[in-house]
Each structure stands twice: as C-alpha cells, then as structure tokens.
Design a binder for this molecule. Structure first.
Ligand code: ADP
Ligand code: MG
Length: 239
C-alpha cells in the first residue's frame, strides 16, 4: 500500500492562481474526499497529482519517492496512477474487455484480467463483449473504474466519477468503488462538489475553496466543527 504527500503546491493557469499552497497527506490504503464548489481547483489538483501537468511550486511524493518538485518531474505513465474522469472517457470503438485491457502491458495481458477487474467492480462479465454505447451510464463508469484498477495502480484518482448518474445509481456505484478499493488496498483520492458524497466516501475530508484547502480532517470533525462560515455554509447543504 502506498502513501501520498502533497506539500505547498501552487499553480497558475491563464495568468490566474488556481491552486494556492495546497498541502495534503494521505495514509497508505486510505480514502480522501476533496470537496468544493465548481471552479475551486479540484480537477487541477488531480491533474498535478497524476502528472498530466506540472505545479509552479511545491512537491508531490508517492511513498518515499519524490515525483514532482522544482527539479524533478516523473511523467504520468511512470507514477503508477489510475485515473477516472467524470464521463469515464471509454474508447467507443473498443469492447468493454478491450477497454479494460488497454492499460495492461506484456505479461499482464493473459486474458483473465478483464474478468477479474469486472468482478472487482461488480460488473456482469457478460457485458465484456459489448461496446460502451450498449451500456448504461452506471455500467460505463464501472468499466472506467475496472480499466483504472486492472493494472494495480498505487494510487487511484477519481474526478467526480458519479456526478452524471442519477441518485440511486450514484449510491450503488459509490458503494462498489469503496468495496473495490478496500479489497485491493488502493489509496484513493475522490474529488466532488457533492458534500454528502464526500462525507460518505472519505475517511478523511478536505474542503477546497478558491484553490486553497480551508479545512481537513475526519468527516465528523469537519462536519461538526467547520473552520469558517463558508465551510459551514457549504457543508450545510449536505443535510
Ligand atoms: P473544478 O474541477 O473544481 O471545477 P478546475 O480545476 O477545473 O476546478 O478549475 C479551477 C479554475 O481554473 C477555474 O476557474 C477554471 O476556469 C480555471 N482553469 C482550469 N483549467 C484552465 C486552463 N487550462 N486555463 C485557464 N484557466 C483554467
Ligand atoms: Mg472539475
């Protein structure tokens, strides 16, 4: 299992500060939910952790290895990270099995991995031969998750993966994700604008606003003792 440590990362985009000295740390095998309004910097934060983009300053550490600072930049494909975007972003011309196999290399590609990954996320293996457009939204998100988990990533990053689903399906899919990452011991960061979702997913919660972490702690700590009126207001919408 793998820990993640982010220290003081800042990033400007289009001449404006998007992240301001963000620090977060995550114990190996645990789940963090970062919650904030639209435009607060959540996707940018995940992109910097993934290595899709480089911070202007600050550092990212995966276990004891530095993957990003002023001098070091380990590219995304060498960080051992799984990533799921809001719409799943499946390849439309590939079957479910081919989508799941896409991230696997060499010896990993023996044919059973798609079955194992599908089972892990509660996806009916009979769907493996289908194409993405033949699946429901919830099934597509499970495929995206299976594809991200199949190579056995050290860290899983989830960018609002449930927000396109209706509420019943959202809860079911979230439970499936929690189960899958608990079974695999995968350290996971979820970002979401949905307060209730953050409180139920995260063992730790961080509230982000205007590119800054307002508060971080256990769901109970954050919910019962919001550190600012803005956080109280924002979390108040969850009940
Ligand atoms: P969230 O995911 O919380 O909605 P984002 O990280 O996508 O927030 O964006 C945070 C802010 O940064 C927004 O104001 C957005 O307009 C701005 N932003 C994001 N990407 C770019 C970019 N490539 N160029 C300029 N501004 C950007
Ligand atoms: Mg976003």
């Amino acid at each position: 299992m793998t820990s993640l440590t982010i220290e003081q990362i800042s990033k400007d985009l289009g001449g404006l500060p998007v992240l301001r000295a963000v620090s977060l740390s995550l114990e190996a095998g645990s789940r963090l939910a970062v919650v904030g309004a639209s435009g607060s910097g959540k996707s940018t934060l995940l992109r910097l952790i993934a290595g899709f983009d480089r911070p202007d300053s600050g550092s990212v550490r995966i276990d004891d290895s530095l993957v990003s600072d002023d001098a070091v930049f380990v590219p995304a494909h060498r960080r051992g990270i799984g990533y799921v975007a809001q719409d799943g972003a499946l390849f439309p011309h590939l079957t479910v099995a081919q989508n799941i196999h896409f991230g696997l290399r060499g010896r990993q590609r023996r044919g059973h991995e798609a079955d194992a990954a599908a089972e892990l996320v509660g996806l009916d293996v009979r769907l493996l031969k289908r194409y993405p457009h033949e699946l429901s939204g919830g099934q597509q998100q499970r495929v995206a998750l299976a594809r991200a988990l199949a190579p056995g990533p050290r860290i899983l990053l989830l960018d609002e993966p449930f927000s396109a689903l209706d509420s019943g399906l959202r809860n079911q899919t979230r439970h499936a994700v929690v189960e899958a990452v608990e079974r695999t011991g995968t350290t996971t960061v979820l970002v979401t604008h949905d307060q209730a979702e953050a409180l139920s997913f995260g063992q730790q919660i961080a509230v982000i606003s205007g590119g800054r972490i307002d508060q971080a702690g256990s769901p109970i700590q954050v919910f019962q003792n919001p550190s600012s009126p803005q956080t109280a207001d924002f979390l108040g919408d969850a009940i």
